[in-house]
Design a binder for this molecule. Structure first.
Ligand code: ASP
Ligand code: MG
Length: 412
């Protein structure tokens, strides 16, 4: 008997009919002899609606109260799905994050899971029940409701799979897996049947919206295979993307996919003293405010002064800008500027390790269509550039073609 964790995203539970279809699918897996734990998101649009309500009262309001509000969406779906299962004769039980003892740190709206108590869930499974757990939410050690950041139900799914020692974590969404890039931007994008956890980590961190990055980090750390599939496909002939360890992915391509992220903003502080400790003075307060910094560039100093440019999530831009302005005033910097009209485009592939010239091919492709690059960063298996947001689509399509991703065989 296998233990399967299945996570269903917002569109998969977007209507009562869809919830009923999920119940049917779950029951099929149970009838095939599996134990099933289901993690669900809020119904599609619901979390956005809650964010809208919050912003209508106070966008800068208490993060604790934001979580109280945001966590309600998933509570509705666990109850509805458990009811749908029971109506069809399948014993089921819903659990909120608190009831499942999903203990997180206290970083409201982007909490991290620390521990999950698997006993009650195992006991229910042993009684033949399907366990339905609310994604996206947990509780801190003080009993406060927390949420895991947008898309956080994926992380609940993977974390539960790890805690329960599940055989597989299936992530059901409205697409049948991971594509070489977003098909809405490049219709020639191709389905990827298998990729490595490391590649998925880069795809997710570079903005591919299929899986939340933290879920992939979890899977990578604990070596949990993830299968991404569509809840809109036929149960028995579902196409999927399996994300596993590198050794298990045989096919070596240079570039596996193109990821992009519009959700970034750039900040520059110019004319700061070029001295030891200056990076810490500038970025320390940003880190302390729990704002993630992505790319960082420091220019070569001249006349004892230097410039710093870095990127943050657009949602953190206003806060980061205030903090940076305060630092600029304190150290007497020349200026402090920001730009929210940027986007990041990345090429990702484990095969880059053994191929030279990948970055230059990327730069030449962008140059050929006259796109200016503002920032560059690289790792072993990716190259990212920041460009003007208005050129994002063009950049993605150009790179997709330059690396042969649209062709049969792809990944030249
Ligand atoms: N409902 C939450 C969101 O929309 C969490 C999730 O769906 O993963 O971000
Ligand atoms: Mg999602």
């Amino acid at each position: 008997m296998a233990l399967i964790v299945q996570k269903y995203g917002g569109t998969s539970v977007g209507t009562p009919e869809r919830i009923q279809a999920v119940a049917d699918r779950v029951i099929r897996w149970v009838q095939q002899g599996n134990q099933v734990v289901v993690v669900v998101s809020a119904m599609s649009g619901e979390t956005n609606r809650l964010v809208g309500l919050i912003n209508a009262i106070d966008p800068d309001g208490s993060a604790r109260e934001k979580d109280v509000i945001l966590a309600t969406g998933e509570q509705v779906t666990i109850g509805l799905l458990a009811m749908a299962l029971e109506k069809n004769g399948q014993p089921a039980r819903s659990y909120t994050g608190n009831q499942a003892r999903i203990i997180t740190d206290a970083a409201h709206t982007k909490a991290r899971i620390r521990n999950i108590d698997d006993q009650a869930i195992h006991a229910d499974l042993a009684l033949g029940r399907v366990v339905v757990v609310a994604g996206f939410q947990g509780v801190d050690s003080g009993g406060n409701i927390t949420t895991l950041g947008r898309g956080g139900s994926d992380t609940t799914g993977v974390a539960l799979a790890v805690a329960l020692r599940a055989d597989e974590c299936q992530i059901y969404t409205d697409v049948d897996g991971v594509y070489t890039t977003d098909p809405r931007v490049e219709p020639k994008a191709r389905h990827i049947p298998r990729l490595t956890l490391e590649e998925m980590l880069e795809m997710a961190s570079q903005g591919s919206k299929v899986l939340q990055i933290r879920s992939v980090e979890f899977a990578y750390k604990y070596d949990m295979p993830i299968r991404v599939l569509s809840s809109f496909d036929e149960v028995d002939n579902a196409k999927s993307t399996l994300v596993t360890r590198e050794e298990e992915v045989m096919e070596e391509v240079m570039v596996r996919g193109i990821a992009f992220n519009r959700d970034e903003a750039q900040l520059t502080i110019a004319g700061v003293p070029d001295q030891p400790g200056v990076a810490f003075r500038i970025l320390g307060p940003i880190a302390e405010a729990n704002i993630e910094v992505d790319m960082i560039v420091q220019n070569i100093g001249s006349d004892g002064l230097t410039d710093f440019t870095f990127t943050v999530n657009r949602g953190d831009y206003r806060r980061a800008q205030k903090l940076l302005q305060a630092t600029a005033d304190a150290i007497g910097a020349e200026s402090c500027e920001g730009n929210t009209g940027i986007a990041k485009v990345s090429i990702v592939g484990a095969g880059m390790r053994s191929h030279a010239g990948v970055a230059s091919r990327m730069f030449s492709a962008l140059a050929s269509v006259g796109i200016n690059i503002h920032m560059i960063s690289t790792s072993e298996i990716k190259v990212s550039v920041v460009v003007d947001e208005k050129y994002l689509e063009l950049a993605v399509r150009e790179l997709h073609a330059a690396f042969g991703l649209g062709d049969e065989g792809g990944g030249a």
